[in-house]
Ligand binder design. Sequence first.
Ligand SMILES: *Cc1c(COP(=O)(O)O)cnc(C)c1O
Length: 228
Amino acid sequence: MSAEGRLAGVKKRIEEACRRGGRDPAEVTLVAVSKFHDAAAVAELAACGQTVFGESYIQEALPKMEAGPAGLTWHFIGHLQRNKGKLAIGRFALIHTLDNLELARLLQKKTGEQGLAPQAVCLQVNVAGEAQKSGVSPEGLPALAEAVAAMPALSLSGLMVLPPVFDDPDGARPAFARLRELRDGLAARLGLALPVLSMGMSGDLEAAILEGATHVRVGTDLFGPRQR
Ligand SMILES: *Cc1c(COP(=O)(O)O)cnc(C)c1O
């Protein structure tokens, strides 16, 4: 299938899920996850009208961002190691994956030093308590959120989850619902809007949208299978 056909198919799924959930499709941002796909693939999808792209690895992302067409918006969705943190500063419209205080302090310091506009961040939550996975625990979330909310060079925008992969497209739905509940609780506690819920990928974007996703991160169904 052509890039155009794949993009139209994903948009149609988003619209259909919004219709089912009584939501406006304009509330859902499609983040095209281009990791392991080259700059030509990005340019091809951009030519079909896609403007928001997501990358998981800093070293892979930066050259692709340089090579890509101008005018695109880039999000960082991978695990951000502290030694790479300074490379991410000022380059991404949204970092989805902040999950520890040390990294938050580093981003705060570097963004402040460079006099840049506040860096928008989401906190990644390890909702299911999976040992191998990044993300702050639901128990640790309030303290981290409070600390980040107090950092003037960071703009706390919402929460992100990367739940376990299920064969059943509705398998992750409880994790999505949990993320929304955590967001609602935090927003009330901190008196902040926290509008962003980054959740849902190729296999489960419908369930995520039904639970309130504002950003779905779709790779495979837009670009085809990854080569690595
Ligand atoms: C790779 C990746 C995606 C995209 O997954 P697909 O199943 O290919 O749509 C979404 N989110 C994160 C955090 C990823 O690393």
